[in-house]
Design a protein around this ligand. Structure first.
Ligand SMILES: [Zn+2]
Length: 394
């Protein structure tokens, strides 16, 4: 019932607003197949206004991109055949309109949203079937899991650690010149070592050195490695030099201005753009957040935040607990596992920047995050008949 309502709502609100300009062109089209969905990304060299529609018999999705043209390199048909999506056809159907037609097999729900920097239209198509991780890729088609399988907590084996920023993107820079990208990498490496050695977990890094990785690429790594948890490590910054403390985020829609400001900075877009993106994706985002095992992400955020505050306070004075918050972080959009983004301190605050320069403080932060992750795992195993789908409400 709820799904039907959401879908109706999506279709009713199919005209999505964004700034349109002439001369925008579709430059590429790519896709990734995951266990529960297929993501199609249409690269465009500007933002576009678009409409979407669904037609059955046979099942097809249409996307019309207004005031848009096709770059000469685009092929008219992309064959996918991943069990969910058969193919994508693309054509300049009027002088000002580009039409994409998705021929689908077992469509249940779909979501589309525009992201910026770079501009792209993202379309996620869900089959609505149960996950069957070991079979999907090898067989090239999705098969239903037996419904009678009891859903229990299967444990956490692989953790993806995502050191924020890197390479050409330094992240925030402190008054003393300290770069966020260096702190996030150092804390992440320490955290990874602890998780491997002390907690016997498999760790995958989205980057192990000072290099640039796109936000979408980071989520892709987590999904393709079938990670059980995704931890994005960042350092906060504020125009107010007195701002300090620790906060942990998970993905969801918010209208809290300060939280949106943090997300805008991490997404590398302006606050104004952030607001616009949020306004056009509110309902889609809430549903996406549910898909991302939102309740679990929230629980993970709380255990990590609590551990960080408690552990840091034991050793350092004036540690502020800014709590658990949520906002739309691009890096968390599409992650298929419980995922959080920690803002370990404020690089813009002189005292915290000074602390962040010391190895001792970074080691303590890593220890605190590791303890929090471990507490989450321990707590999870205590929940009998753990069922994330029941918790997430479907
Ligand atoms: Zn950051």
């Amino acid at each position: 019932m709820r799904k039907a309502l959401i879908l109706t709502f999506l279709i009713a609100f199919s005209i999505c607003y964004s700034e349109a300009s002439k001369h925008t062109a579709v430059q590429g089209i790519r896709y990734s197949t995951y266990d529960s969905y297929t993501r199609v990304v249409v690269d465009i060299n500007g933002s576009v206004e678009y409409t979407q529609n669904r037609i059955s018999n046979p099942d097809r999705l249409f996307f019309d991109l207004k005031n848009c043209s096709l770059s000469s390199s685009i092929k008219p048909r992309l064959v996918i055949e991943d069990g969910l999506l058969k193919s994508i056809r693309i054509a300049q159907n009027t002088p000002d309109n580009v039409r994409l037609v998705f021929d689908v097999n077992k469509l249940n729900k779909y979501y589309s949203f525009m992201l910026e920097e770079p501009n792209r239209l993202v379309i996620d198509i869900y089959s609505g079937e149960q996950k069957h991780p070991s079979k999907v890729k090898s067989e090239g088609s999705r098969k239903k899991s037996p419904i009678s399988t009891p859903k229990r907590f299967k444990g956490v084996r692989t953790v993806v650690i995502d050191p924020g920023h890197g390479g050409k993107d330094p992240g925030a820079i402190g008054p003393g010149g300290l770069k966020e990208k260096d702190v996030t990498l150092q804390v992440s490496r320490k955290l990874g070592k602890l998780l491997e050695k002390k907690h016997n977990l498999k760790v995958v890094y989205t980057r192990k050195k000072d290099k640039f990785v796109s936000l979408n690429g980071r989520t892709h790594i987590a999904n393709s490695k079938k990670a059980d948890l995704f931890i994005s490590v960042h350092v906060n910054a504020s125009r107010k030099s007195s701002a300090k403390g620790i906060e942990t985020y998970f993905l969801n829609w918010t209208n809290n201005k300060e939280d949106m400001r943090v997300a805008a900075r991490e997404n590398k877009i302006s606050f104004k753009k952030m607001k616009k993106v949020q306004d056009s994706t509110q309902y889609i985002l809430q549903e996406l957040a549910r898909k991302n095992k939102n309740e679990e992400s929230m629980r993970l955020a709380h255990t990590v935040q609590n551990s960080m505050v408690r552990t840091m306070k034991k050793k350092y004075s004036r540690i502020d607990d800014l709590g658990v918050k949520f906002a739309m972080f691009y890096v968390l959009v599409g992650a298929e596992m419980p995922s959080i983004l920690v803002e370990v301190s404020f690089i813009s605050n002189k005292i915290e920047e000074k602390r962040l320069k010391t190895d001792e403080y970074k080691s303590k932060l890593a220890e605190a995050i590791a303890k929090g992750i471990n507490a989450y795992i321990t707590e999870s195993t205590l929940i009998v008949n753990y069922d994330p789908q029941a918790i997430a409400g479907g």
